[in-house]
Design a protein around this ligand. Sequence first.
Ligand code: ADP
Length: 372
Amino acid sequence: MRRSRGLVKRLVQELRWLRNTLDWMPDGWIVLQDRGVIEAANRSARSLLGLARNDRRRRLQDVVRDRAIEGLVRGDVEDGIVELPSPVDEARRLELRHLTVDSARSIILIRDVTMLDRLLTMRQDFIANVSHELRTPLTVIIGYLEALEDEDIDKETLRRLLGRMRSPADRMKALVEDLLTLTRLESSPMPGKDDIRQVHAASMLESAVKEARQLATPAHDIVLEAEETLRADAVPGELHSAFFNLITNAIRYSPDGGVVNVRWLRGETGPRFEVEDRGVGIPEEHLSRLTERFFRVDMAEGRVRGGTGLGLAIVKHVLRRHRTQLQVRSDLGAGSLFAFELPPLADFDHPASSRMPAPGVVAVSTSVPIAQ
Ligand code: ADP
């Protein structure tokens, strides 16, 4: 008797342990009896579907009124899987999977797929954007190629047409290069202390400004002020790409011949880079989206200013890999200031996830006029 009492006690304990463990699974499960009567459900299932404890013994399709669930319980759904908005929070998406155990019992597994759905949508949007960006210059090139097929074409026209194909071809090349850079930044491991070099930022900035000047037509007045002795602890190629992208944007989004200030100075937490323009500025509501791939602010004049739409996404990734963040201050119609500060070398010792700032842009201020 004593032995079997001990056994029962141990079994009850184990059952309780099992139940508790299953309760804490992030995915929900519900055991249904014949015709959808709820026999048991874990904590996640209750919170995902908004079930109360006393919903036991009620039919699931009566508790959560949704056609998809009715069909699922009846067994009318192909593959036994449906997706629906959470009855508790419309913004969340749930995936319900129905598995038959035997003739009288079945299980419903519930998974929150909001994040997965968002990623899939992002992927679709990304592919659509890339295709669109490539199709436009390709269509132009194909148009010229058709004109070239004319056999009577004289040498002068031939040269002119070939010259016109240059710009769309360059655009496609820039886009593909930016895409490759972005992929590399996203997929390579976070740089550690061994990947960091002491960079003479003043001369790196000088060459970035020189390169950017070649794009400026007619020449913008680019004023570089850099502390000669202030070094940057960074991955050189990545830092150069951040400098170059931010400087070319300042040129691209400010009037021809405008003044662009580039500064390399001591900031509050470390070396600081700043680029300030007196250009079109950015409406406040767009600041948080600037670093999204292919996000562009609609311009009043409807002008397209070149660029791949990936520059700031590249900058975001570079800065994230350097454990820092982009700061933006902008005044619509008056100009913008883009800046970042580099952390001390010791920060590269820490695992990235715990020290990494949240991605995106810090909008420092939009109301303070920066261009006097
Ligand atoms: P793009 O190749 O279109 O310049 P980016 O990712 O570099 O792509 O920038 C995203 C958008 O942010 C730009 O299309 C532009 O609308 C806005 N932007 C970036 N830099 C500036 C700036 N200095 N002044 C005003 N708007 C800017």
